[in-house]
Design a protein around this ligand. Sequence first.
Ligand SMILES: [Zn+2]
Length: 143
Amino acid sequence: MNVGSMFLGEDIIMSGNAKYHSTRGTLYLTNRRVAFVYEKRGIMSKNKYTPVNLPLDTISEVTVVGTGPFKKVSIYTYRDKLPTGLPRYEFKVHGPESWTLKIEKACSGSTPEKIVVPMKCHVCGTRIELAQTECPVCGAQLT
Ligand SMILES: [Zn+2]
């Protein structure tokens, strides 16, 4: 299957056979989104839609649900970021645990800004970002 045009400019991190409800298709994880594509409906051509297209920044949580052969990857979305979407998508895939890990990793990697928790120097009280190992004011070691 040629998906080159669909994911132009994106890195495909993972792909594999999947089922969304009872529909067979292929699940893709790229550096920008999770997409589920039908195998037999000409989805690749222009003006056709992708049944599920989840930009990574709309994904709030990824978990494995079910047991044994019924395991699925369950993807929760932020409703306010995806107004037309569903709050949850479930895909039956091989190795749902590895999908979960990869999706989580891709989501965290796509976060544009790091969350910096400010702290205070224990000696002089200067507010410091966690990335530093020494206080820039008094030189105290920060642990
Ligand atoms: Zn200090």
